[in-house]
Design a protein around this ligand. Structure first.
Ligand code: NI
Length: 150
């Protein structure tokens, strides 16, 4: 395992569309392991492969001491909405209010290519949306609720 450099906003790769993973092999596992280590080192709650310069649909997250890996994720259901602050390892030091669904269900593959489905509320739902946005070249700063105060 190794940590990789986190790409910062302004680099155009963050605006590119990530491609579906086809091979669930050692290359993917090494990428995921490196992403996990990179996320921990930077105190992040989530990281998408594009943030380490790899345009593959792969996400790692750690929420409430639960670790998740989502490959080729697709949000299939969403309910409600919630405005809360979020940040991003590619956008250092900034936290802004963003509206997200309160609850989402995501279908994905695990690192071996098996189907998984996760339903999350609140912060987990927020992280799933934030990270899947990365795979479409979308950053949270595109969605700031301007003028919102709690
Ligand atoms: Ni991010």
């Amino acid at each position: 395992m190794a940590t990789r450099n986190v790409i910062k906003i302004g680099d155009e790769i963050l605006r590119k569309i990530s491609k579906p993973v086809k091979n669930f092999d050692e290359n993917l596992w090494e990428l995921l392991d490196d992403m996990r280590e990179t996320m921990y080192k930077n105190d992040g709650a989530g990281l998408a492969a594009v943030q380490v310069g790899v345009l593959k649909q792969a996400i790692v997250m750690e929420i409430n001491n639960m670790y998740f890996e989502l490959i080729n994720p697709e949000i299939v259901k969403q309910e409600g909405e919630e405005i809360a602050k979020e940040g991003c390892l590619s956008v250092g030091g900034v936290q802004e209010y963003v509206k997200r669904p309160h609850k989402v269900t995501v279908r994905a593959k695990d690192r071996y290519g098996y189907d998984i489905e996760i339903t999350g509320e609140g912060y987990l739902a927020r992280c799933i949306c934030h990270e899947t946005d990365h795979l479409k070249g979308i950053l949270f700063v595109d969605k700031i609720e301007k003028g919102y105060k709690e």
